[in-house]
Design a protein around this ligand. Structure first.
Ligand code: HEC
Length: 472
């Protein structure tokens, strides 16, 4: 009885939609035999994207994209909802996985010459999807809306403003206004949650349609060249001779790899948890350098390490040139050898890019070009007072971000000089002057401190002496 109902329903659905035979047809379409583990990165990228969709929707159920509430809702999600911290961690490591998989997929397609005739459009839609992925990473980080996020947005806009001709327009586009504020957050939210995801869905659809249209590229064989005149016929012939159905002969590797990736993401999320929320945002402190997530860190490190004056040009022209090269690639060389062993320059190029990104990433991690946003607060023994101006000054020292750049007795960041004994060195007047006006690489605080706060801050700094005793 039940079986009959199922069968009837199945037949009715199949008759009216054709969905089942369509899926069956797609799953069983012949692909070249000998597909290897190399081919798993594309489907893994898709899988990572689906994790982002699911975890992202879960986060959006609670997140409020307003400058006043975003930080508080994230704190709430992390600490007061069931699995909220875990979902945030999933979304974070899922993003990392997606960036890694896009990179691996691209490197593989490039190395094996799969972008050549007739798959030029597969490559081009892929390049767009790479761009969308990076925009998602950048905007997502700003939605975290802690001090680091706000500074990231401000610095990105400042850098963009240096671009010749379009600088002002670019900067306004990033911030949705002249400065970081409420509309920055709500517009970036729209970009991150509606605009780019819609584009990603559309282009993933197109990308997959193209994969079906041209078939999966056959593993390259040294000496067998792509000739646009004969390629299609040869491909059809080889499929007829020894093609295998996509499911299950080729797809099981995708399944296994995706499962391992999902497991790794879940384990990372459980072990390390979500990215820490820094101090609540203080948009008045925007003169520092932020520390973005790892997949953008290398680019910010390049910008920070380049000599002054060049970085404006680099920041605009490097992405344009890189993008143009990626777009032109399949038109510059759409035929000839595919095997990496016959295209040593392709291998050298990928190796160079990986080493360069790795080196700059490492430089970004190691160097002190940016404030440290994960500093531990100063303990009472170090402050030397539990109330009074010295204590209030120490609190301000943390609150105003001084500690992110300056070290006190081993606590704090390394961007600026160690201030453990600054009281021996600078008079109170010199301190006030310096803090008000700032210095090279140190923001000016004149507008951000009341006279009372300045006094307390200076009391704290004056007490930083080698033989200072707390007043009895
Ligand atoms: C973005 C990082 C950054 C922040 C934030 C920052 N500083 Fe600095 N600070 C520096 C740097 C870098 C220097 C070295 C000055 C230079 O480059 O000329 C410096 C120098 C100083 C000096 C002089 C040190 C010396 O040995 O002469 C004092 C005092 C000081 N900062 C106090 C503060 C206080 C107080 C705050 C918070 C209100 C603060 N700084 C916030 C980066 C920072």
């Amino acid at each position: 009885m039940l079986k009959r109902i199922f069968e009837k329903t199945y037949q009715w659905l199949e008759d009216r939609t054709g969905l089942f035979s369509f899926i069956g047809h797609m799953a069983r379409h012949p692909v070249p035999s000998g597909a290897r583990w190399w081919y798993v990165f594309g489907s893994a990228t898709l899988c990572a994207f689906l994790i982002q969709v699911v975890s992202g929707i879960a986060l959006a159920l609670y997140y409020i994209p307003s400058a006043d509430e975003a930080y508080a809702t994230l704190k709430y999600i992390t600490h007061d909802t069931a699995f909220g911290g875990f979902v945030r961690a999933l979304h974070y490591y899922g993003a990392s996985a997606m960036v890694l998989m896009v990179g691996a997929h691209m490197a593989q397609v490039f190395l094996q010459g799969s972008y050549k005739f007739p798959r030029e459009m597969n490559w081009l839609t892929g390049v767009l999807l790479l761009g969308f992925t990076l925009v998602m990473g950048f905007t997502g980080q700003i939605l975290r809306w802690d001090q680091n996020a706000v500074w990231t947005a401000a610095v990105a806009a400042k850098q963009a403003a240096r671009a010749p001709f379009i600088g002002g327009w670019l900067s306004t586009l990033i911030l949705s206004g002249p400065t970081v504020g409420g509309s920055t957050l709500s517009r970036l939210f729209v970009v991150h949650v509606f605009l780019i995801p819609a584009l990603v869905f559309a282009f993933v659809g197109l990308h997959l349609m193209l994969v079906l249209r041209h078939g999966i590229s056959e593993p390259p064989i040294p000496g067998r060249k792509v000739d646009p005149k004969t390629y299609r016929r040869e491909y059809e012939d080889s499929l007829k001779k020894d093609g295998v159905p996509f499911w299950p002969d080729a797809a099981w590797r995708d399944m296994v790899f995706a499962a391992v990736m999902v497991l790794a993401i879940v384990l990372l999320a459980i072990v390390f948890g979500p990215p820490e929320l820094g101090h609540p945002p203080d948009p008045s402190l925007i003169d520092a350098n932020p520390r973005p997530d790892w997949y953008l860190m290398w680019y910010f490190a390049v910008l920070a390490l380049l000599p002054h004056g060049i970085e404006g040009f680099f920041m605009v022209f490097a992405p344009i040139i890189a993008g143009a090269l990626l777009i032109l690639l399949p038109f510059i060389s759409n035929h000839g050898e595919r095997s990496p062993s016959r295209r040593p320059w392709a291998m050298a190029f990928v190796l160079m890019v990986v080493v360069m990104i790795g080196a700059f990433w490492w430089a970004g991690v190691k160097s002190n070009w940016s404030p440290n946003f994960n500093v531990k607060p100063l303990p009472v023994e170090v402050v030397g007072a539990a109330n009074g101006p010295v204590f209030e000054g120490a609190r301000l020292f943390e609150l105003k971000g001084c500690l992110n750049c300056h070290m006190i007795k081993g606590y704090g960041g390394k961007r600026g000089p160690d201030l453990s004994e600054i009281g021996n060195k600078l008079s109170a007047d010199r301190m006030i002057l310096l803090i008000s006006n700032g210095a090279t690489n140190m923001p000016a605080y004149a507008a951000n401190l009341t006279p009372k706060e300045m006094d307390e801050l200076v009391s704290f700094l004056q007490s930083r002496q080698s033989d200072w005793e707390p007043p009895k």
